[in-house]
Each structure stands twice: as C-alpha cells, then as structure tokens.
Ligand binder design. Structure first.
Ligand SMILES: C[S@@+](CC[C@H](N)C(=O)[O-])C[C@H]1O[C@@H](n2cnc3c(N)ncnc32)[C@H](O)[C@@H]1O
Length: 223
C-alpha cells in the first residue's frame, strides 16, 4: 500500500469519527461498548503506579478507569479524531493523571517506547492500514513483560459484523480468531489468552452480542 493510500485511509476514519463525535454518537458508542469492556479491563494487570495507554480511546472511558485504578501512575488516551479527544478531555477534568493526545497510530504519536505496563484497544485495530505495523508499534511501546489487550467485534466468526465496512463506508481488516493470534505472534507479542465476552440474551440489543460476542486477544511483550 502506498503512503498516500495509507494516509487517505486514516483520514477517512478520522472524518467518520469526527462526524460521530459531533452528532453525539460518540457517547452512544461508548455506552454500548462498556458492558463488553468492563470485564476485560478488570483483568488487566495495572499496578497503582502503572502506565496505561488506550489506542483509539474515543470519549476516554477506559482512560478514566485507569486513572482511578493507577492513582500514582499515568493514564493516556490517543485518538485520531480531535472531537473525540475534546469529549474525552471534557469528561476527565477530575482526573489529574489522565492525559490525551490527538494522534494517528502507529505513526504520528508523541509517546516514548518501552514505558507502558498495559495497552488496551476496543474496536480500532481493524481500521489500521497495516495491522502488522500497528502491532509492532504496540510491542515497542510496552515495557518488557507488559500486556496488550485487543478487543474487536468485527471478526471472521461473527458473521453479523461482515457488512460493517459497507455500512460504515470504511475499509476494515477481517481476521479470524486464529488470524489475530498469528498477527500477534508475527509482531513478537506472545499470546497469553483469547476469549469472547458475551452479554445475557435479555441485555443484548443485537443477537450476536449474546451468541458470538466480542473477541479479546491478549498478548505480552516477552521479557
Ligand atoms: C469504533 S471507535 C471506538 C472508540 C472507543 N475505543 C470505544 O470503545 O468507544 C474507533 C476509534 O478509534 C479511532 N481511530 C481509528 N483509527 C485510528 C488510528 N489509526 N489512530 C488513532 N485513532 C484511531 C477513531 O477515531 C475512533 O474514535
């Protein structure tokens, strides 16, 4: 893929999420993700003085959880959409250790390598023009032994998600569970767990949320 095509792809993603943030859909998106994300966040090994990064943080809800869980640490959110970062900052004024950057991942962010204990991302990595480069950058940003949890609802086994690129008008990388594990390993991240988070049928607004669920792949940067 040429550099121009990559840049165009990221700009299209930014424009879509700028629109969502402006129309209020950013908040609805966060609310629909939280029941899937909270049980994953609770498993993350974040010490009280730890460093946490959310890539594609949207309105910043996990950054605020991390700022509370690691009051002596650092909780960082990055997002390519300036309006999403504005929303995140507006909601985070009570969290002095929360910080946000408008930044495109994997290139174009201001973060130092090797510093993060935990990196998390929900519904972002399939938008990246080059998934391998994104995962390699995650490895570079983690401290040795640090953990990455990558959560996606768009994946091969979830047939209900396959129309999303057309529905949203954006290119997305469709991988199976095995494909995600292979991509982690190829980037030098040791896969430590992979599981689905499902909602109860009576809490699920769409049936796939109770049947297939949200896919989580967890990896670790080797020591
Ligand atoms: C589906 S939303 C998910 C937001 C948030 N993680 C949540 O759970 O509500 C995807 C977010 O990722 C951001 N994003 C997509 N590609 C990105 C990239 N290459 N760099 C930084 N942010 C990106 C978008 O702007 C958007 O806010």
């Amino acid at each position: 893929m040429t550099d121009q095509r990559r840049e165009d792809r990221v700009l299209r993603v930014r424009d879509v999420f700028e629109g969502w943030a402006e129309s209020g859909r950013g908040q609805g998106m966060a609310e629909s993700h939280i029941p899937f994300v909270r049980p994953v966040f609770e498993q993350l090994p974040l010490p009280r003085d730890g460093s946490y990064l959310d890539i594609g943080c949207g309105n910043g809800y996990t950054v605020r959880w991390a700022a509370e869980a690691a009051p002596e640490g650092r909780a960082v959110g990055i997002d390519v959409s300036p309006r999403m970062i504005t929303l995140a900052r507006e909601r985070s004024t009570a969290y002095p250790n929360a910080e946000y950057h408008v930044a495109s991942f994997p290139d174009g962010h201001p973060l130092e390598p090797g510093g993060f204990d935990v990196i998390y991302s929900m519904e972002v990595f399939y938008y990246l023009p080059d998934l391998g480069e994104g995962l390699a950058e995650v490895r570079r940003l983690l401290r040795p032994g640090g953990v990455f949890a990558c959560q996606v609802d768009f994946y091969e086994e979830n047939a209900a998600s396959h129309s999303w690129p057309e529905d949203v008008g954006l290119e997305m990388t469709l991988l199976s569970e095995a494909g995600w594990r292979e991509a982690f390993e190829a980037a030098g991240l040791e896969v430590t767990d992979q599981f689905r988070v499902r909602l109860q049928a009576d809490e699920a607004s769409d049936s796939w949320k109770a049947t297939e669920g949200s896919l989580v792949t967890m990896g670790r940067r080797p020591e």
